[in-house]
Design a protein around this ligand. Structure first.
Ligand code: OZZ
Ligand code: MG
Length: 214
């Protein structure tokens, strides 16, 4: 029977990456996507920008919207301080099942909590269910038409504090025009565009980093 791309990606991790070594998991996925099949991971080029923002923020609490196969989940978690918590939301049960195995292979199960379901349902429950006050860093990489509504929802739920950083993937390709318009014109954010390329291609894309001003 036919396998899925996430299943083939997991097989590549289990074949080429060392258990308990997150960076080897990241490398194995990038190699798979460059040599075998493109997949919508943030990738190695934008991944370096992601790494620099994570290192700069040094967050104790991280929210990732859109786990997919946990490439960026593992990439971020590998840079977190010891007691930091990363919560990642995944809507598709098949993707979640693969992501859990990638996270386990990387040995990051105690830093990462994968939650299944739509972001709109879970964001309002973050405080009561996970004891989160506010997020220091949010990585947006899920459905592009959900970036704006979910950002407004996080504001309304009091999940952002002065200095919280939002980092959004794909603001050029596939593009998140309504989010960019809002975040770049809002007096409540200070935004910066990091120009790069769509993962594993020469097409322009980039990350938008926005600091919440309270
Ligand atoms: O479409 C893209 N991403 C959508 C990601 C969606 C992921 O987020 C989850 N989710 C989790 C929670 C939700 O509430 C909703 C969805 C979905 O179940 C899926 O796993 C995309 C597309 C391209 N591209 O070149 O075409 C490149 C990229 O880097 C991309 O990120
Ligand atoms: Mg993306």
């Amino acid at each position: 029977t036919q396998t899925t791309r996430p299943q083939r990606m997991l097989a590549a991790v289990q074949k080429s990456a060392t258990r308990g070594d997150p960076r080897s998991v990241v490398k194995a996925i990038d190699q798979f996507c460059r040599q075998k099949e493109w997949a919508m991971n943030v990738g190695d080029e934008k991944g370096c920008i992601l790494d620099s923002v994570v290192t700069e923020v040094n967050p104790a609490t991280v929210l990732e919207l859109g786990t997919y196969c946990a490439y960026s989940t593992v990439r971020i978690a590998s840079l977190l301080p010891p007691d930091a918590k990363l919560i990642t939301l995944e809507f598709n049960p098949h993707n979640a099942a693969i992501a859990r195995q990638v996270i386990a292979w990387a040995g990051l199960g105690d830093k990462i909590q994968l939650v299944e379901g739509p972001s709109g349902d879970w964001i309002p429950k973050m405080k009561e269910k996970f004891g989160i006050e506010t997020f220091d860093l949010v990585f947006l990489d899920h459905w592009k038409d959900r970036y704006l509504p979910d950002t407004k929802l996080m504001e309304e739920c009091g999940l952002l504090r002065k200095g919280s950083v939002l980092l959004a993937d794909n603001v050029i390709c596939p593009g998140t025009p309504d989010y960019l318009e809002y975040i770049r014109n809002s007096p409540r954010y200070k935004s910066q565009y990091f120009r790069s390329h769509l993962e594993y291609t020469k097409v322009e894309d980039g990350l938008e980093k926005s600091v919440f001003l309270g």
